[in-house]
Write a protein that binds this ligand. Sequence first.
Ligand code: ATP
Ligand code: MG
Ligand code: MG
Length: 554
Amino acid sequence: APAAPLDFIRQIVSEDLKVGRHGAGVNTRFPPEPNGYLHIGHAKSICLNFGVAAEFGGQCNLRFDDTNPTKEDVEYVDSIRTDVRWLGFDWDTREFYASDYFEKIYECAAALIRQDSAYVDSLSADEIREHRGTLTQPGRNSPFRDRPTDENLSLFERMRAGEFPDGTHVLRAKIDMASPNMNMRDPTLFRIRHAHHHRTGDTWCIYPMYDFAHAISDALEGITHSLCTLEFEDHRPLYNWIIEQFPDLPGDPQQIEFARLKLTYTVLSKRKLLELVERRVVSGWDDPRMPTISGMRRRGYTPRAIREFCARIGVAKNESLIDVALLEHSVREDLNQVAPRAMAVLRPLKVVIENYPEGQVEMMEAINNPEDESAGTRQVPFTRELYIEQDDFREVPPKKFFRLFPGNEVRLRYAYIIKCESIVKNDAGEVVEVRCTYDPHTRGGSAAGERRVKGTLHWVSSTHAVQAAVRLYDRLFTTEQPRTDDDSQHFTAEINPNALEVVGNALVEPSLAAVRPGATYQFERLGYFCADPDSTPMRPVYNRTVTLRDSWAK
Ligand code: ATP
Ligand code: MG
Ligand code: MG
């Protein structure tokens, strides 16, 4: 295929390399905050950061931005490591934690105080907010702005020593309270928070603010291109200001913003996803309805499909809403190549073949994957009593119904042509059994003769089939752009109550009984399904990954 044109970020990187702006190399980082599980939006950032590094002969660090002790947890750190690796990326020994830099970040802050570029402010949070002004009104200097350097240093040390309660003092950069950019109006660099940190324990009771910690971490790690999402565009002057204060740190990174992924029928905000978990709308972060990496993995999405999706959407500077059907399309496309085919009947209807000998078992050869000859074939048992899908039979067929109905013939996949001779009903008048005859000369698709048989049905043998639970998933939200503001009534009103349907008594062919969780199949005519970790040897559980029908208009 012809090489795709470079996106705007790769153009910048390639130009920088050409003119030697950062010396020889490219260094990126993926910087998650361990306060939740990664989602498909993070996958976009992961593919971008690791992709750019790999394509330009550089390296990508995995850095945990763990500066907010009260929201973070090792559970999240572990899940992030698992998910990035599962997506197919390797950071080798380049795993870093902003918390490992706390001492250095503290020293940087002290250096700022010494050069009169930072001060301890003792206004309350409300007063600070009030002094900050508005978009149309400049801010006012804090009465503490001109504290002598020695007093600032001593107060900052005492903040660290734990002498003050939360909220009594903050360290602020001394920049410009009249700046049109609110982020430049003496932003907070450190705050007091007496909280246990999942890595540093109780060593610290002051924690750096995100903007400060992030810029210093980038500089410490020698990051060249600090790629982030558009909401940080207004923070770039502050980022640059911080970098300029520390010319002796190894890196001279530049921040470049790109549009975050937005997907139809999907919420991509860790805060909102956490809410779904806490309110038990879903069973956990890895519920297959969740747009998290772990949810998609459990649902049966493949790393390759997700990477391919990220490549397709590309990166751009302007926000757009991506159709979730494109993601589903990428999943189908990959699974079509790799998923073995099998037969499963979700809602079984009994078929008895009257002229087939009782007790006889024939093994029918079935193709595992028509897209991949090397996948070979398997043997599927055929017997006198079978099950087909209830949907595949109608007592009174509508127009263009080519499946089974009284007097009609269909082919059973990999087996014989059968004809419906009669039906058996229960007391409620429901059809509970279909009586058929088979034509012994039509085995395995051969010798259909002159007959025009339009329908081919999937089936399982009643004596060999295994009972399974099948979970049918649909989109978690009913609206294209679910609202994510703080009014949670909207949020719940837009949740799709039918996003999960459990079919308890499905029957699957014997090859689907012994299940390796994560194994993916195409159930013929039904869709792609993935074995769930809830499976037991006696009772497999399958999750529907995606249906066969593709709504993506190419
Ligand atoms: P959320 O808004 O979902 O809470 P976040 O941006 O706060 O996400 P971080 O852990 O800070 O989450 O993100 C790590 C990296 O992933 C950041 O560089 C961030 O810009 C990027 N990222 C997060 N969400 C998206 C998204 N929807 N599209 C692209 N990149 C994203
Ligand atoms: Mg964040
Ligand atoms: Mg966020």
